[in-house]
Design a protein around this ligand. Structure first.
Ligand code: GTP
Ligand code: MG
Length: 381
């Protein structure tokens, strides 16, 4: 952020201009809080960012909305193609002749470069396929292959997606999956603090880029997909997602660069976890688990597994169990994170206020000595 944001309107009073400029300068120089989101692929990092943008009223523009609409169509087709391909691998027969025909239509469909929507007939095929009992048998065995968590959401809302004037709702945007590649930064101000939230791609081939954002981190948010205890990875379907996440957390939290960085463990997708734990025992991932299907017992156990990864016994770990798809969960988490950060940075905040006061006094003295015009020159220069 340069001086552009600090430039003033000609009709503003000079003292207001100075005040504004100094406030801005204070933000830039002293209260820049960089928050780093890390975690394996599909843990929900970008979903957290989408919710923060909504909380801070950062508008989704028309171009972005159109890209969500295109991606939601692509995600929907991909999800059915994934089911059909894995049905074949698992040797699950499609018995109904109509279902077989529809399956061929979906399997052979490819989006042309400039096509933005699936054809309505294809959407209707997908809707019917989802109701078929053999397709449901494939879905029941989803722990054996990679799939997108939002699969049922896409199929249940397909009628709406197929409408001519379809515009994604806020919930559609949250549920759209777009893999992050590289590093993206979202910025917003609150009081005297300028937040920069850094989101990275979490898949294995993306992680070599992480090192570029390890400096000057005010807080580390490590995001975990709780449902990953019974899921396999996209990059390596022989690897359990939660085991991968635990290993990754061990590497990150013990990295000397984060020795003094406040660390928050965001255990995400609680909604999926609560359903999953009723069907699949946690011992499938952790053979030493003996707590049965009690949600709280299971969550505490998972938290302890992450806690045990931290080698420094004095390093605190702040934990949250949330579903990032719900804005209220992110609101709550963000308030807690901010509270802890502002408390930890009390001294910096006080120092910032002092510096602000000092530079204001200095500027006022300069103004008195040189005449008011200098102020304008300085601000605009
Ligand atoms: N059911 C459910 N789905 C969620 C939740 N949070 C995120 N998702 C979905 O999980 C998928 C992956 O989320 P992303 O935010 O793209 O994951 P990511 O960590 O940014 O993934 P990479 O960019 O590959 O690192 C998306 O389809 C989200 O809609 C949640 O709390 N519940
Ligand atoms: Mg992402």
């Amino acid at each position: 952020m340069g001086c552009t944001n600090s430039k003033v309107q000609p009709d503003e009073k000079q003292s207001d201009q100075l005040d504004k400029y100094l406030r801005q300068a204070g933000k830039e120089a002293l209260l820049d809080f960089r928050i780093l989101l890390l975690g394996a692929g599909e843990s929900g990092k970008s979903t957290v960012v989408k919710q923060l943008k909504s909380i801070y009223k950062i508008q989704v523009d028309e171009e972005e909305l159109e890209s969500y609409a295109i991606n939601i169509h692509k995600n929907t087709v991909l999800c059915m193609q994934v089911l059909l391909e894995n049905g074949e691998n698992l040797k699950i027969e499609l018995n109904d002749p109509e279902t077989k025909k529809r399956a061929i239509n979906v399997k052979t469909f490819q989006f042309e470069a400039d096509v933005k929507q699936m054809p309505v007939s294809l959407g209707l095929d997908i809707e019917e396929l989802w109701k078929d009992e053999d397709i449901q048998k494939i879905w029941e065995r989803r722990s054996e292959y990679w799939f997108l968590d939002a699969t049922p959401y896409y199929f249940e809302n397909i009628q709406r997606f197929l409408e001519d004037d379809f515009r994604p709702t806020e919930e559609d945007c949250i549920m759209t999956r777009v893999r992050t590649s590289g590093i993206s930064v979202t910025e917003f101000d609150e009081g005297p603090v300028h937040f920069r939230v850094v989101d990275v791609g979490g898949q294995r081939n993306e992680r070599k880029k992480w090192i570029h954002c390890f400096d000057d981190v005010k807080a580390l948010l490590f995001v975990v997909n709780l449902a990953g205890y019974d899921q396999v990875m996209f990059e390596d379907p022989s690897q359990n997602r939660m085991q991968e996440s635990l290993t990754l957390f061990g590497q990150i939290c013990n990295n000397p660069i984060f020795a003094d960085t406040p660390t928050f463990l965001v255990l995400n997708k609680k909604d999926l976890f609560e359903q999953m734990i009723q069907k699949t025992d946690l011992s499938k991932c952790f053979p030493d688990y003996k707590g049965g299907s009690d949600v709280k017992v299971a969550l505490d156990f998972i938290q302890s597994k992450y806690q045990q990864k931290i080698q420094d016994p004095n390093k605190p770990l702040h934990c949250f169990f949330i579903a990032a798809r719900y804005k209220k969960d992110i609101k709550y988490t963000w308030e807690e994170v901010k509270g802890i950060l502002l408390e930890d940075n009390k001294k910096v905040l006080q120092k910032a206020n002092k510096e602000l006061k000092k530079s204001k006094n200095k500027q006022e003295k300069l103004d008195a000595a040189n005449g008011a015009n200098t102020t304008t020159a300085k601000i605009n220069g």
